[in-house]
Design a binder for this molecule. Sequence first.
Ligand SMILES: C[S@@+](CC[C@H](N)C(=O)[O-])C[C@H]1O[C@@H](n2cnc3c(N)ncnc32)[C@H](O)[C@@H]1O
Length: 412
Amino acid sequence: MPMPTPAAVRSKIRRSYDDRPYPAADESVLTNPGCKIAPLEWIDALSRPGRESVQPRRILVAGCGTGSEAFSLRRRVPSAGIVAVDFSPRSISIALRLAQRAPEMRGIRFVVADLASPRLAATIGRGFDFISCHGVLSYVPEPERALGNLARCLTPDGALYLGVNGSTHPSVGWRQALSGFGIDVENFRDTRRLREILRACDAISFHDSQSRLSTESAAHLAGDLFGACIHNLPLTEWLRVARVAGLSLCGSYSCGHSLGPLCRRSLTRVLMPRSRAEFCELEEMLIPASFHRLLFMRKPPANPPWDDVDALLAWCPIRTRLHHTALPLRGRSWHALRPVRYRSTAPGTRIDLRIPEWEAEILRESDGSRSLRDILGKIPVTIPAPLLREQLYILYLLIVIDLLPPTPVTDR
Ligand SMILES: C[S@@+](CC[C@H](N)C(=O)[O-])C[C@H]1O[C@@H](n2cnc3c(N)ncnc32)[C@H](O)[C@@H]1O
């Protein structure tokens, strides 16, 4: 049998979402955060470290379904102009109907459009400084085309958030298992037999613990488990797709869980001079994700020169707003170790470290306006260069600080 064309697969997927709009067709979509995009604080810290927290002005929600993602962004960024796009006309008409019921949602522009269409930018416009595309590209036959279109709609320093399935997504094994029971995994049919098989698979997979696919809604199963195309890809593959689209990785919200143990065991120096993005690639090799929450920009983020301390001293540290860091009051001894807690509400992490007073002072002075050399000039002790870069590297990986490159001296 000839392979179906990408256009034929897309039509099949669109029909499936028209039959069962996602996440639901009722009022719950208006209030339920449902869609779990990465926190805006994390996105902000990675994409705009050097600037005051500037709320995005124009937001595109790519593949918005019945509107949950757009409604939750409207609540978080009330001042932004939001355009929300989906190729399922039924999903868009439900989103429009729901938006009419909540006055603050009426300004969202809902549009029927195919993300893979060459006319996308002409239909929705360009100049978006934030694009959110959660749980969509895994179901697009040629994700490069759709992502290329999105990249063209982004401002030069805008950020694009992508939520996509990883290589260990449960659907990999579940689709195989269901096929073994003679179930057609490309076409969802909500039968009593299917639910019984799902209950058996639940019992095998989760024993008595919480996760239950057999009780999921038809919309959820039709979208996440069944369907004509599901890309469950490792990070390297999504990065290849992004490169084709002209996008560079800034960070992965699904990664970083190993940073606490690495810091506590003083092992971060082994990772130098990897950028944050390269660290994510390393972590993915060792513990592949089931779902990736990735942040991209058109310009590759600058990685400080970790191998060259002299060059590093010209960079300007700036504390991000991702962490609440309670810094100790100034102490007397520059080498005394002081307890510091980095607590981030966004990634839900809390890391307790003991840092020397000179490092606490660097943190106090890290507002992006002074180079490390200037800050250290006011600290009257000699700090061994390897120790300095190691401590700064930890702060950089944890996104406690960013480092801004020196501005080039221009000829008059
Ligand atoms: C799993 S839902 C996710 C909805 C929403 N992003 C959320 O997380 O709540 C995927 C959505 O992507 C839409 N979609 C899939 N392929 C698309 C394409 N090529 N163009 C536009 N929308 C698409 C589907 O119609 C569906 O509404």
